[in-house]
Design a protein. Structure first.
Length: 385
């Protein structure tokens, strides 16, 4: 009897093993099916569906790092960077030597503005896989984020050496050269980028901005027209508005700033630049409205206060102008033009002591020649209204 019981138990165990093996094989096939569907969805840009597919696969096997990697990539494509980081964290936890997951997590951190954290991830990916050209390209962009343009350019050089067919790197290196003040070299890279990526609005937008910096305004407008044709983007309109301003086509410039604001109602710089054009046209109330709006969106930019102060001076509202110049100086305490203009406002009010004090301070700072980006370096003398 005991022998029969043992045989019976062995038969049960054998059947159970077969059932478990069949279930494992079935699960593996289901996982593969979900994985394949997820990849197919990603290829056509259906990232909501790809997330669903990878999530189903993860339910069946929560220990496969590649599933978290691709779901994280799908989240990042939808702009859900915190969720993508969570998935990359899990992929890296399961496989600490997963350079692509580290590299992609770095991209998500950079998209959230955490450039130093991103640089750390890209660097770790490079340590694991030194031939990973994407990691150099992505670290280069993160270095641009902290304005270390020389190091960024070196990374882009390395990416090109590893993979000359990595197309976006020419756009990125060209942009880094532009940001570093080397506009001629930037143009060479951006010309190549246009050939390699003829349907990418960014190459035309960045080359157009480079032409502006080179004072080739008509060429800039041509490129920005093409960029806007490819992508109805508020930044493109803003830059084209600047180009039209330089060519003296102020009506077109105002129209572009207005359209940029329609696309992005929180575009403070567009309000500021439109305000400058209204002020130049002596439409002072419209200018004040735009500067008010720019300040309501971003009250940390001293340039907006400075420009509004100049407008108040033009309206002979000296107390209001002094208040705004003072705020601009709080934000940019080394800005000579702000002291000079406040001095003139004080002088108009008959306050010689404060006027002279500001002139002395301006003279002290003169050698520094400080000016914020996008500042309008206007000094209104005390004998002008």
């Amino acid at each position: 009897m005991k022998r029969l019981t043992i045989i019976f138990m062995l038969l049960i165990l054998g059947l159970t093993a077969q059932i478990v093996s069949a279930q494992i094989q079935n699960n593996q096939q289901l996982i593969q099916n979900y994985y394949d569907k997820g990849i197919s969805a990603m290829k056509i840009g259906d990232f909501t569906n790809s997330i669903q597919q990878f999530s189903e696969a993860i339910k069946l096997n929560p220990d496969l790092p590649v599933l978290y990697f691709y779901r994280g990539t799908s989240y990042s494509q939808l702009g859900k960077f915190e969720l993508s980081i969570d998935d990359y964290d899990k992929a890296i936890e399961l496989n600490p030597n997963f350079p692509e997951a580290l590299d992609n997590r770095g991209l998500s951190y950079a998209s959230l503005g955490y450039f130093n954290v991103a640089i750390r991830d890209h660097t770790k990916a490079i340590e694991i896989k030194p031939e990973l050209a994407n990691a150099y390209n992505n670290r280069g962009n993160a270095l641009r984020g902290i304005r270390d343009f020389d190091s960024a350019i070196k990374d882009f050089d390395r990416a090109i050496n590893l993979n000359p067919n990595l197309l976006p790197v020419y756009l990125n290196r060209g942009t880094a050269h532009q940001e570093n003040g080397d506009y001629t070299t930037a143009l060479k890279d951006l010309n190549k980028a246009v050939l390699l990526l003829p349907n990418d609005y960014r190459v035309y937008a960045n080359r157009g901005n480079t032409y502006i910096l080179l004072k080739e305004f008509n060429l800039a407008i041509q490129d920005l027209n093409k960029a806007f044709e490819l992508n109805k983007n508020s930044l493109v309109l803003y830059n084209r508005g600047k180009a039209f301003s330089y060519t003296g086509e102020f009506g077109k410039a105002i129209n572009d700033y207005s359209e940029a604001i329609k696309l992005n109602p929180q575009y403070a710089d567009a309000y500021n630049n439109r305000g400058l054009l209204y002020r130049d046209a002596r439409k002072l109330d419209l200018a004040l409205h735009d500067f008010d709006k720019a300040i309501s969106i971003n009250d940390k930019d001293g340039v907006y206060y400075f420009n509004r102060a100049i407008t108040f001076m033009a309206k002979n509202e000296m107390n209001s102008s002094i208040k705004d110049f003072s705020r601009a100086i709080e934000i940019y305490p080394r800005w000579t033009a702000a002291y000079r203009n406040r001095s003139n406002a004080y002088k108009k009010l008959g306050n010689t002591q404060l006027s002279n004090a500001d002139l002395v301070k301006a003279e002290e700072l003169k050698s520094e020649n400080f000016s914020p980006v996008n500042a309008s370096e206007i000094v209104i003398s005390s004998n002008k209204n």
